[in-house]
Design a protein around this ligand. Structure first.
Ligand SMILES: [Ca+2]
Length: 628
């Protein structure tokens, strides 16, 4: 049974926010005078459950076009774990292109007997490798703007052609006259012909087991022998064909899992075999196939022993390969790809006047991305810490001098202690330039609010109604960004106000003390269309963010907002959900409660992202598969 505190459930209807609502407030339809519904639960959350109190003007049924009564749904803060709940049927997943590339590179290095020689092979096949399409953050109904690259299961002509070309090139590169003896064995290059049959047999078993990440069955060995052809002497071309065949095999390209022992009490659910588990673990933590040590404990079956498994988890997480794997999670979770180019408007007179001596160069965008991923790395690997440290940190991680200047600190060299920011001014992850910058002269409080609501708190916001204006609001003359956004989206009685006034805008307003380049500010400079400064107005960072719906606590600074966010317990639950999506390549379902709860608990009380990563792979869920 769920032990979650329950929150006021606001039925915030957003319907027919037509985008007609202008600064002058014309064109809105609907009454907006309804009452918020829902009941206070065991937590006794502060705030009113009823009525049009501040920020709570939700309505069950506002009129207007397309009225739908959609709700902002608060998430579960703990997850109900029913050990007998059957996880959804697992789809056949392919390796991501990043995983595929890594696997090819590792296989090449293993075959030629060293990382350096393997790198030479990769250089030789750089052209087809470079033609592989990038993984895309897959758009899903729950996240139309793109979720995780690991959810990208598209298989298009370009995938087929590029992986075929890689296979042909790898086969050729590994069977050159200089390499054949190393890759296949001396038996393939010596003058003896009596060892050639066993030479082929041994190669198929050894190379095949590495490529397919498990030993080959007898009929598979026979199949590959047939594929080699009728040549009775070692043929480089035939060995090249075999290599190409192995790396285009479904067992190479996909996570092919048959399961081993049936899980009692759950029809259709099977424990993975040791080799299947080794692959899952390795691709999860390293983005590549299992190494010798992991294959060894798969081969003798001891990987199924929790102590041996735990030691492998620790070993893999302690290896440098675990970093880029988690970096992919960090980048997708924080949606770094959505950051626009910072220098696109350098010729615009208003932007030029706004940026002043900080006019961005083309590298600033990547510096902002590296800043955030680097900060997450720091609190994951260098100084493993929990959510509270990550969200309150006064340390700066900008290694780029231009970005560091925007923060008013020296650049970090990446190894010494990171420079300290003015205490309390820029607390934690969410005040870094990546989350504040827009590539224009104006901040976008709505976008900031939506990001926090959806990706940090995991509240579900209904999509804006058809016709809602997707463009950032134009600033009214003499108005701050906040004033303009309020005028456009919070007009009393409009259908927009329900969501914007309570769920979205306040979260964005709390960081209006930073401008659109991420610089700290206490006032907003206003410009006319010719880029002339027409005045300044103080920024207002007071808001009632409702981190937990129904909580009427006001904040006046990012520090206070971060305190509410950390105290809410929502980040741990949300991060658990997000890590689940990254891990399993799908959205979580009700039956996934045990895995979600294991991961959430790992973060509670100061657990770090490495604790989360370890908990995720130790969950019973991770070691099983549900079949049709
Ligand atoms: Ca021979």
């Amino acid at each position: 049974m769920r032990a979650a505190p329950r929150y006021l459930l606001l039925a915030l209807a957003v319907a027919g926010c037509t985008g007609q609502v202008g600064v002058n407030g014309v064109g809105a339809s609907g009454t907006g005078a309804g009452t918020g519904t829902g009941s206070a639960g065991s937590s006794g959350s502060a705030g009113a459950g009823n009525g049009p109190g501040p920020g709570l003007g939700g309505s069950g049924n506002i009129g207007g076009p397309g009225a739908g009564g959609a709700s902002v749904v608060p998430p579960d803060l703990t997850f109900a774990c029913d050990a007998n709940a059957k996880a959804p049927v697992a789809a056949l997943r392919r390796l991501t292109m990043a995983q595929y590339r890594n696997t090819i590179a590792d296989l090449a290095a293993w075959a030629v007997g060293g990382a350096s020689a393997g790198q030479t092979v990769m250089t030789e096949i750089a052209a087809p490798i470079g033609a592989l399409p990038d993984d895309r953050r897959e758009a899903v109904p729950q996240d139309l703007h793109g979720s995780y690259r690991r959810l990208d299961q598209s298989l298009q002509q370009i995938h087929v052609e590029a992986t075929y070309d890689v296979a042909v090139a790898l086969g050729a590169a590994l069977t050159t006259t200089a390499r054949l003896g190393t890759v296949v064995g001396a038996c393939a290059t010596d003058t003896s012909t009596t060892n050639d049959a066993t030479c082929l047999d041994a190669f198929i078993k050894k190379f095949g087991a590495r490529a397919l990440r498990r030993p080959l069955a007898t009929d598979e060995v026979d199949f590959y022998k047939t594929a080699y052809g009728t040549s009775t002497t070692p043929s480089a071309a035939a060995y090249a064909d075999l290599i190409g065949l192995f790396v285009t095999a479904p067992e190479f390209m996909y996570f092919v899992e048959h399961g081993a022992a049936a899980v009692s009490g759950q029809t259709g659910v099977y424990d993975l075999s040791p080799h299947e588990l080794a692959s899952r673990l390795s691709y999860q933590l390293w983005q590549t196939g299992p190494d010798d040590a992991l294959l060894a404990v798969a081969a003798d079956g001891t990987l199924l022993d929790p102590a041996v498994y735990g030691a492998q988890v620790t070993r893999l997480l302690g290896d440098a390969r675990a970093r880029p794997a988690l970096d992919e999670f960090f980048a997708d979770w924080t949606k770094v790809e959505d950051l626009p180019a910072m220098d696109a408007k350098n010729a615009d007179v208003v932007f030029k006047a706004f940026a002043g001596t900080d006019l961005p160069d083309a590298k600033l965008r990547q510096a902002m991305i590296d800043d955030v991923v680097g900060m997450l790395d720091y609190y994951t690997w260098t100084a493993p810490s929990g959510i509270a440290s990550l969200f309150n940190s006064d340390l700066a991680f900008a290694r780029d001098t231009r970005l560091a200047k925007l923060y008013g600190v020296p650049a970090w060299n990446g190894t010494a202690a990171p420079p300290a920011l003015p205490a309390g001014q820029r607390p934690g992850l969410l005040t870094r330039a990546l989350f504040l910058s827009t590539g224009s002269a104006n901040t976008r409080p709505i976008m900031k609010g939506v990001f926090l609501r959806q990706n940090i708190l995991c509240d579900t916001i209904p999509p804006p109604p058809p016709g809602a204006n997707a463009k950032p609001p134009e600033l009214g003359p003499g108005m701050t960004t906040r004033e303009s956004v309020e005028a456009i989206t919070e007009m009393a009685g409009t259908v927009c106000a329900g969501c914007h006034q309570t769920a979205i805008n306040p979260l964005g307003f709390a960081t209006e003390g930073f401008d659109a380049l991420g610089r700290f500010r206490t006032s907003q400079r206003l410009f006319d269309a010719a880029g002339a400064e027409t005045g300044t107005k103080p920024v207002n960072t007071m808001s009632i963010p409702q981190v937990v719906y129904g909580d009427s606590t006001a904040v006046s600074s990012p520090s206070e907002l971060m305190s509410l966010i950390v105290a809410s317990g929502k980040v741990e639950a949300c991060l658990s959900r997000n890590f689940f999506r990254f891990t399993y390549g799908r959205w979580e379902a009700a039956a996934d409660g045990c895995a979600l709860e294991d991961a959430r608990k790992a973060l509670m009380g100061g657990g770090s992202i490495t604790d989360l990563a370890a908990a995720a792979v130790k969950a019973a869920h991770f070691k099983r598969r549900t079949f049709q």
